[in-house]
Design a binder for this molecule. Structure first.
Ligand SMILES: *[C@@H]1O[C@H](CO)[C@@H](O)[C@H](O)[C@H]1NC(C)=O
Ligand SMILES: *[C@@H]1O[C@H](CO)[C@@H](O)[C@H](O)[C@H]1NC(C)=O
Ligand SMILES: *[C@@H]1O[C@H](CO)[C@@H](O)[C@H](O)[C@H]1NC(C)=O
Ligand SMILES: *[C@@H]1O[C@H](CO)[C@@H](O)[C@H](O)[C@H]1NC(C)=O
Length: 473
């Protein structure tokens, strides 16, 4: 048992497999990084405000007084400014953070004793020209989520100016010669750990990446990273699995993701590229779930249509039906026989589905008598859009091809049934598909992330969504 756990633990430490092509790519641009900087700097500011400066005391020879015992207590940061902060991308490494001209105001109390004299007062310290540089590295954790850590942090205090309230002027000498350096060190030593805190506070937020996003009661999408993030001068690319699975049953489809690369764009903070593999894995999953089928009954046909789902209508084309099943209502079963397949061309999303249409006569005792089975090859064009943090869509019928699979009512010309089947697909099947597609599919997101100004374009082999983001606090 123990060995099993050791192996599991070891496997968990291995980097994710580099071999699988991603189904979804997410790109963070400079603009996205800039938004991240604003959030990060606010966090860092409050972290730095919480720096606690230790009390200091000692005994030093100060001219012109001689031996002086001093203590500095109750130091509090009263204000802190980070006016100049910048983040940049360091290819293959991470994100550089640089802070210049930062300033800190500190208030505290001083006390001295020399000869038989005790004196005390307060002081204000102005720390200025503070610089902080750090590197934030980016990795994939064992769950396929990104994690960040802080490396190579350096903090330097520029100058420290003290203003004493009360006391004699020689106290400035005491400060300049003995206290100044200790204070700088105390500050400098505490800054990088706070930067590290602020950076690691991003990790709980990154842990909210929906690596397994539930879609509905049948399907979930896996959005874990399949490789370590790729960092270039212009962007960070995250390769995600982007694959639909039946809930709790992760069976691989008989096709694999093929490589694709995102168009160079940088006007939005974030880009999502969804490959045809992702959409086709959805088709595979829903087809396996056995839900890509629908019974069509006459009540689903608009009342004003002269074409009804009955043996009179069909009997006009296939006389055998009118003869053997007079005056009966009919029912059609439309179902896919293999998963639908999407093709992305520039500005064009086309979905092909093959399936069957089985026609039944509903006999007076309720029994269904099969009449014929048609093989249907349908091409639909798809439109997609973003609602909230979901991708939603609609489809419209392009064209259909029909052939006779089986006939229980003798030979007939399938062409004659084309119009009534087109009507059935248009008024009964496509609207149902669209109801489902409008419910949408979750995109990879972090916590309370909203998409702002999302734009969608269809490129060859993938769909590209460019968007700004806004995190609710
Ligand atoms: C976007 O890309 C263009 C062309 O590569 C470049 O000139 C521009 O500086 C970039 N903008 C940002 C915000 O990175
Ligand atoms: C989808 O259609 C394309 C082009 O027609 C074809 O190359 C591809 O193999 C099909 N994919 C699946 C999963 O059937
Ligand atoms: C979209 O592509 C399909 C084939 O992939 C083609 O039949 C159809 O005409 C195209 N539609 C447009 C509007 O270009
Ligand atoms: C229902 O009616 C049909 C035709 O009248 C008949 O062939 C069939 O056996 C009946 N089925 C049942 C279950 O009664």
């Amino acid at each position: 048992m123990l060995t099993v756990w050791c192996v599991v633990a070891l496997l968990a430490l291995l980097p994710p497999s580099q071999s699988a092509n991603p189904g979804v790519k997410v790109r963070l641009t400079q603009k996205g990084l800039e938004y991240g900087r604003q959030i990060g700097v606010a966090t860092l500011q409050s972290k730095l405000m919480s720096i606690k400066l230790p009390d200091m005391s000692g005994e030093e020879k100060v001219s012109p007084i001689g031996k002086v015992k001093y203590s500095i207590t109750g130091m509090q940061i009263t204000s802190l400014g980070l006016p100049t902060t910048a983040v940049g991308l360091v290819p293959e490494t991470g994100v550089s953070l640089s802070i210049e001209n930062a300033f800190i105001s500190i208030h505290g109390n001083w006390k001295v004793r020399y000869m038989f004299i005790k004196d005390s007062g307060s002081f204000d310290l102005a720390v200025s020209g503070l610089t902080i540089t750090s590197l934030i590295t980016l990795q994939s954790d064992e769950t396929g989520r990104p994690t960040v850590s802080n490396a190579n942090c350096v903090a330097r205090v520029g100058s420290v100016n003290i203003k004493l309230h009360g006391g004699a002027s020689w106290l400035y000498n005491l400060f300049d010669s003995f206290i100044d350096q200790a204070l700088r060190e105390a500050l400098e030593n505490q800054i990088c750990p706070r930067v590290a805190d602020a950076v690691s506070e991003m990790n709980p937020r990154l842990k909210t990446l929906n690596v397994l996003a539930q879609v509905d009661k049948y399907a979930e999408i896996e959005y874990s990273m399949v490789a370590t993030p790729v960092i270039t001068k212009e962007f960070i690319n995250f390769d995600l699995k982007g694959e639909f699975y039946n809930i709790g049953k992760h069976q691989e489809p008989p096709f694999a993701a093929t490589p694709f690369s995102l168009l160079a764009q940088n006007t939005s903070m974030l880009y999502f590229g969804l490959s045809s593999f992702t959409v086709n894995s959805a088709g595979f999953v829903y087809n396996n779930a056995g839900i890509l089928s629908l019974y069509i009954t006459d009540d689903m046909i608009p009342p004003k249509s002269p074409l009804r789902l009955n043996t009179k209508t069909f009997g006009a084309f296939i006389p055998e039906i009118a003869k053997r099943f007079p005056n009966l209502m009919m029912k059609l079963l439309v179902k896919t026989s293999s998963p639908p397949n999407i093709t992305f061309e520039r500005d064009n999303m086309t979905l092909r589905a093959t399936g069957t249409v089985t026609a039944y006569a509903i006999q007076t005792n309720g029994t269904l008598a099969p009449l014929f089975i048609l093989i249907l090859d349908a091409s639909v064009s798809a439109q997609a859009g973003i609602t909230g943090v979901k991708l939603a869509g609609t489809v419209a019928l392009n064209k259909i091809g029909l052939t006779v699979g089986t006939s229980y009512v003798g030979p007939f010309q399938v062409k004659s049934l084309e119009n009534i089947l087109l009507l059935v697909l248009k008024v009964a099947v496509i609207p149902q598909v669209n109801v489902r597609l409008q419910q949408g599919f979750p995109l990879p997101t972090l916590g309370k992330m909203n998409l702002v100004n999302a734009q969608l374009q269809v490129q060859k082999d993938y769909m590209l969504i460019g968007t700004d983001v806004h995190f609710e606090p």
